[in-house]
Design a protein around this ligand. Structure first.
Ligand SMILES: Cc1cc2nc3c(=O)[nH]c(=O)nc-3n(C[C@H](O)[C@H](O)[C@H](O)COP(=O)(O)OP(=O)(O)OC[C@H]3O[C@@H](n4cnc5c(N)ncnc54)[C@H](O)[C@@H]3O)c2cc1C
Length: 373
């Protein structure tokens, strides 16, 4: 029997970043079902930090995370966690009003440059001539999820915490103030605090624990990679996104990647790309850019899991002492992970609240409390 102070289920970015933060004050063990960390959503993302995603709360969590990426604290600074990449949101004439509205929302979070058609095409020559307007944040970050996962893992270990991979939690019981968790292999762990950071499986973990689920909806998103047209200068190309949720693309390891920004409801599974969304990505590249996707080099899909209001849930369950929710990071779990980890530490160890523009109530899982009939 292993008996830490805090058990965390899930070795994605949510679980590992919270573990690294909590290990400063507590003995922490992370249980990960797969043989490696980041096998699910955290290893399959578009890996950007930008503000054209979500709403005020997601932007505030991203803003609160930004200092961590700009100046990683001691223990995180050895390997770069990302590299600067400009972010361009572009619009046709019929989308201009949407771009104006987005610019107004983003301007308190980032320094934006308003671009005319020439500015848009100077920054991203691959766009079709009908991309007439743009806003650019030259300070975006192309994150390195592998470096982020490993940096958090190193920090966890250096603070005395541990990760157990190949440890799929199969049963959960609570007795005498202790959560007792048994893996498929029969190993047992017990702790007074159990953090549910199981990504798309978080509602399943709650059900195993006899805790009310929060109504998490995993949604699949697809990415393809392909060659840029001969002669394309990939250096300096931005992460380019339509103002509506239609298409984004960016340079990646000598090629381009693109997503049709699909949100296909899914069970919590090892997500696989569907031919329809793969074709849609290629089709939308043809519609919005001068690039023809002749041959797809690689494709993958991952799950973005949303709560009913599309805001993350972080906090103790209302119906089970010591059961802590850390779920529903949707499409922003990497870029918000530093702020979310600090929030978890604050809620569990009573450290000062770290993100002044976000309140604990906004993240509390209590907002999904099902009223008795
Ligand atoms: C295509 C795509 C693009 C994205 N783009 C971005 C982006 O640009 N920027 C950004 O910030 N975010 C982006 N995201 C979102 C980001 O990837 C997620 O929000 C984040 O990875 C969620 O992290 P997580 O730790 O909650 O989930 P996961 O990484 O899925 O981790 C959960 C872990 O729990 C484990 N687990 C489940 N059940 C059990 C069990 N019974 N026992 C033990 N372990 C268990 C799983 O094996 C898994 O490893 C994108 C996601 C996708 C799919």
């Amino acid at each position: 029997m292993h008996s830490p102070d805090i058990l965390i289920i899930g070795g994605g970015i949510a679980g590992l970043s919270a573990a690294a933060a909590l290990a400063e004050d507590a003995r922490v063990i992370v249980l990960e079902a797969e043989e490696q960390v980041g096998f699910h959503s955290s290893g399959r993302s578009a890996t950007m930090l930008h503000y054209a995603l979500g709403d005020r709360l997601i932007r505030a969590l991203t803003f609160g995370s930004r200092p961590f990426f700009d100046n990683p604290p001691p223990g995180f600074g050895d390997v770069p966690l990302g590299a600067r990449m400009p972010v361009l949101v572009h619009a046709r004439e019929d989308e201009r009003a949407d771009l104006d509205a987005l610019e107004a929302e983003l301007s308190s979070f980032a320094v934006l440059e308003r671009l005319d058609a020439k500015g848009v095409h100077d920054l991203c020559p691959l766009l079709k001539p009908d991309a007439l307007y743009g806003i650019a944040d030259l300070n975006g970050i192309h994150l390195d999820p592998h470096a982020m996962l490993q940096a958090n893992l190193r920090q966890l270990r250096s603070r005395g915490g541990a990760l157990q991979t190949g440890a799929r939690v199969a049963s959960i019981k609570c007795a005498d103030g202790l959560w007792s968790v048994t893996t498929e292999h029969g190993d047992t762990f017990a702790a007074p605090i159990l953090v549910n950071a199981a990504g798309a499986w978080a509602d399943r973990i709650a059900q195993l624990a006899g805790v009310q689920p929060i109504g998490l909806e995993p949604k699949r998103r697809t990415i393809i990679t392909f060659d840029a047209p001969p002669g394309t200068r990939l250096e300096g190309l931005p992460f380019a996104k339509t103002v509506g949720d239609e298409l984004y693309f960016a340079p990646e390891s000598g090629r381009l990647f693109a997503s049709p920004m699909d949100e296909v409801p899914s069970e919590p599974v090892d997500a696989q790309p569907d031919e329809y969304e793969v074709a849609l990505a290629a089709h939308r590249m043809k519609e919005r850019t001068t690039v023809t996707v002749d041959r797809i080099h690689s494709r993958w899909a991952g799950l973005r899991s949303f709560t009913p209001d599309r805001h993350p849930a972080a906090g103790f369950a209302h119906d089970a002492d010591g059961f802590f929710w850390l779920a529903g990071q949707g499409g922003a779990g990497l870029q918000t992970s530093p702020a979310m980890a600090a929030i978890v530490a604050s809620l569990i160890t009573n450290a000062p609240w770290p993100v002044p523009d976000v309140s604990p109530d906004e993240l509390s899982p209590r907002r999904f409390l099902r009223q008795p009939a």
